[in-house]
Structures are given as structure tokens and as C-alpha cells.
Design a protein around this ligand. Structure first.
Ligand code: SDX
Length: 427
């Protein structure tokens, strides 16, 4: 096995450490015994150069701007498969092999999408203005009390039931958060509608309305809207060891109920530096207000004394265009042509921001490109999704990834409780 030699010039000691092989991307030096053998720690705040696990789930090539789920390029998955197929890929490592299998999995999710009536009282107990991410995190944590038997994730059946349950129920929870926030009655899932269509139905329908048509005869939910949202969910399904996935793994490492670990992941995703950025991008585009203000705005972003950042830009791993942003940008234009009208004003401002930023030295030197959040909000607004539901939409998309990552952590024979060390600089 290849090794790396570390020389401590203070003590003139030499230490060899094994290099861990990988199937793609950078290799790693196995430092798990660094402290035992050398008496010193490695130091890497934010873990920018540190692998905390081996994984087979998603692969990100930050230089090329490439993302794979279980070896499949996301561009291929969004073209050929539904989000529910991608959920199956992530939690059971294989795509449905035919139409029947795909439909059977989607049907199972629909039947599991109902919530325990006791849980429903939680939504109405919260104030109208409660941010849905707070409600979601609480509701998922409460789910652990309703399904307390999900204790042995090493048991394949128990794990599959746990994962399918939470994947199925999270859209219902998001829809109920919204309906409670606007004081509208809850609309229960309709098992005659597909997984993604059901979500839009629970957001939009009125109690008396059972038809596919709205009162003035237009299509209540169009197939194109369902297809667009389905692709958005797929693009968010997993993304390596990002902050919220690392949170799910860390919390799962203490042996806690899987839904408690996922509830913690929802809280981590909420932050504006992470999943909360999509909501902030739209706010920022509205603040810019006009393409003629973009240059001034970019100058402000570059000002070192101003903590202001360009939301939807930059990424810890991508030092190239985020492939998800590329797919979303062309999806935006494609939907606009097919009749789902984007907000052209915001779209023009976003386009101008990208143009100015990508030709500006500040961004070029730092490899700052649009990330998944830069265009998603414009499409979600065109789908009549309210802004404060943007990050909950990210939660629905990321749920299969969190379930897969949690299981991978639990099943790893070397997995221990996550417990980093510190460099003490106090008294
Ligand atoms: C997601 O990790 C994942 O995989 C996450 C995610 C997923 O699918 O799970 O991809 C989803 O969270 C996407 C990112 C969404 N967040 C935003 O869009 C918020 C804006 N972006 C940044 O805050 C930032 O780019 C991060 C948080 C995304 C990455 O931060 P890093 O890797 O810690 O980068 P950094 O802060 O070290 O920045 C390096 C330099 C700094 O300048 P210098 O100190 O070298 O002079 O780049 C600058 C930063 O000031 N910089 C930015 C910037 N992002 C970085 N400057 C202006 N605007 C920005 N957006």
C-alpha cells in the first residue's frame, strides 16, 4: 500500500501513513492513528481537506463540475427517470428495472404519505408566521415517537420501511406547514395522483375541489409543472458530505432514532450559507431591482469590509459551474418557452449578475460560480411555490440522500461516535 511520510522537524521523527485508495477523485492519507503515533492532531477547521468517511452514494468532481448518484450522471437521471425512481436508487442502490416497478414504488410512497392525526395537531399548534423549516424539524422529531420501532437500521426491511415512510411523509408535512401558515384547511394526499403531483395538489387544492379542473376550467396542475418540480427534487437528492448530511451522520453516530438525526439535518440545511440560500437569492434579486444596479451591487459584494455575499454563488467543492445550476438554467428557459412563464425581470437580473460576476477578477480568482440555489428560486416562483417553502422543497429533494447516508454511516464497521479534537489556546 502506498504511504505518505510525515517528518516532525522539531523532534526529527519520521512517520509513515497509508494512502487510502478510491475509485474516483482524490485519494486520502489515513490519519486515524495520527495522534496515537505522533502525539499531534491534524487541524482543518470546516474540514475543507478532510474526509470523514468512505462513501458510494454521490460523487462530486469539483474541478470538472460533475455530479453522479451511485455512478449515474445527474444529467441522465433528470432526463430519463422520475424523482421517485432516484429515491429508490439512493436507498436501495438500484433504479426500478421497469415501468411496473417504478409505479409500484411511487404507489407505495402515496400510501405512506398520510400523517398520524396526532401529528397533525402539531401544525395547528404553531403560530401562522412560523418558518416551515422550524415546523418541519419539530414534526420529523415527533415522528420518531410515532414510529419508535425503527431501532435496528441494520435490518434491511426496517431500514427500507423507515426510509420510505419519511420520504413519503415529508411532502405532506411541507404542504401542511404551508396550509397552516395561510390559515387554509389541510388537504389530505390523493393516492390517485403521483408522488410529485400530490404535493402540488396538497398545496393548491380547495376542500370541495375533487376535479382536476379549477373552477374556471383551467388545468389545476399541469403535467409540465409536475415534470419541472420532479427534476428540481432529483437535482437536490444528494451531495456528498455537505453540512446537513454531515450533521445527520454525526447525530446518527450516537445511536439515536433515525428521525432525530434527520430532524437535526433539517435544522442544519436551514442556514442561509447552505439550503437557506435559495430563499435569499430571490430576495437579493429583488433588492437589486434592476439590471442597471448590478455593477454597483457586485462592487459591494467585493468590498472586504462588507460581509455581504452574492447568494447562490460559490461552493466549498465546485470550483467550476455547479452542474445542477447548469441544468436548472436550461430548465428555466425550456419551461418559459413551453408556457410556464418565468419572472423575466428577475431572470434578466440573474443573467446579468452571472455575466458580470463571471468576468470579474474577484470571482475568477476565487473560482466563484453559480451554485444549485442561483436559478432554482426563479423556477419555483414560476411554479407558484411561495418563497418561504423554497428550503422545505430542498428538504423533500434531499430526504433520500440523508436516508442513504445515515444507513451508510450506521453500517460502516469502522463507524465510531463522531468526536473531533481541538487545539486548546485558552488559559
Ligand atoms: C449549498 O456543500 C454542499 O454540497 C452544499 C450544497 C448541497 O447540495 O448540499 O451544494 C447546497 O449549500 C450550496 C451553497 C449555498 N450557499 C450560498 O449560495 C451562500 C453564498 N455562498 C457562500 O457563503 C460560500 O460560497 C459557501 C458557504 C457556499 C462556501 O463557503 P467556503 O467554501 O467556506 O468559502 P470561503 O468562505 O472560504 O470563500 C473563499 C473566498 C473568500 O474570500 P477571501 O477570504 O479568500 O478573500 O471566496 C469568497 C470569500 O469571501 N466568497 C464569496 C462568496 N463565496 C465565497 N464572496 C462573495 N460572495 C460569495 N457568495
Amino acid at each position: 500500500m502506498a504511504t505518505v511520510t510525515l517528518i516532525n522537524n522539531e523532534t526529527n521523527q519520521k512517520f509513515d501513513f497509508d494512502i487510502i485508495e478510491c475509485t474516483r477523485g482524490p485519494k486520502a492519507v489515513n490519519f486515524s492513528k495520527l495522534f496515537e503515533t505522533t502525539g499531534i492532531f491534524s487541524y482543518d477547521p470546516g474540514y475543507g481537506s478532510t474526509a470523514g468517511c468512505e462513501s458510494t452514494i454521490s460523487y462530486i468532481d469539483g474541478k470538472k463540475g460533475e455530479l453522479l448518484y451511485k455512478g449515474h450522471k445527474i444529467e441522465d437521471l433528470v432526463k430519463k427517470y422520475k424523482f421517485s425512481d432516484v429515491c429508490k436508487l439512493l436507498i436501495s442502490s438500484e433504479l426500478p428495472s421497469n415501468e411496473q416497478e417504478s409505479l409500484a414504488f411511487d404507489l407505495e410512497l402515496r400510501h405512506r404519505s398520510f400523517l398520524h392525526e396526532g401529528l397533525i395537531n402539531l401544525f395547528s399548534a404553531l403560530p401562522d408566521g412560523a418558518h416551515p423549516m422550524a415546523t418541519l424539524s419539530s414534526a420529523v422529531s415527533v415522528l420518531s415517537t410515532l414510529y419508535y420501532d425503527h431501532k435496528d437500521m441494520e435490518d434491511e426491511d426496517d431500514y427500507q420501511t423507515m426510509a420510505r415512510r419519511i420520504i413519503a411523509k415529508i411532502p405532506t408535512m411541507v404542504a401542511f406547514c404551508y396550509r397552516n401558515a395561510v390559515g387554509a384547511p389541510f388537504i389530505y394526499p390523493d393516492v390517485k395522483r403521483s408522488y410529485v403531483e400530490n404535493f402540488l395538489y396538497m398545496l393548491r387544492a380547495y376542500p370541495h375541489q375533487r376535479l382536476k379542473q379549477t373552477l374556471n376550467g383551467e388545468e389545476e396542475i399541469t403535467p409540465l409543472e409536475v415534470e419541472a418540480l420532479d427534476k428540481i427534487f432529483t437535482l437536490h437528492a444528494d451531495h456528498g458530505q455537505n453540512a446537513s448530511t454531515t450533521t445527520v451522520r454525526n447525530v446518527a453516530s450516537t445511536g439515536v432514532h433515525p428521525y432525530a438525526a434527520i430532524s437535526a439535518g433539517i435544522s442544519a440545511l436551514w442556514g442561509p450559507a447552505h439550503g437557506g440560500a435559495n430563499e435569499k437569492v430571490l430576495k437579493q434579486l429583488n433588492e437589486i431591482g434592476d439590471v442597471k444596479n448590478v455593477d454597483k451591487f457586485i462592487e459591494r459584494v467585493k468590498d472586504k469590509n462588507d460581509p455581504f455575499r452574492l447568494m447562490g454563488f460559490g461552493h466549498r467543492v465546485y470550483k467550476n459551474y455547479d452542474p445542477r445550476a447548469r441544468v436548472l438554467k436550461s430548465l428555466k428557459d425550456e419551461l418559459d418557452k413551453k408556457g410556464i412563464k418565468m419572472d423575466t425581470h428577475l431572470s434578466e437580473i440573474a443573467q446579468k449578475v452571472e455575466e458580470v460576476a463571471l468576468s470579474d477578477d474577484y470571482f475568477i480568482q476565487r473560482n466563484l460560480y453559480p451554485n444549485v440555489d442561483f436559478y432554482s428560486g426563479i423556477i419555483l416562483s414560476a411554479l407558484k411555490i411561495p418563497t418561504h417553502l423554497f428550503t422545505p422543497i430542498f428538504v423533500i429533494g434531499r430526504m433520500p440522500g440523508w436516508c442513504a447516508q445515515l444507513l451508510e454511516h450506521i453500517k460502516n464497521p469502522h463507524a465510531r461516535i463522531t468526536r473531533p479534537r481541538q487545539v486548546y489556546i485558552g488559559k
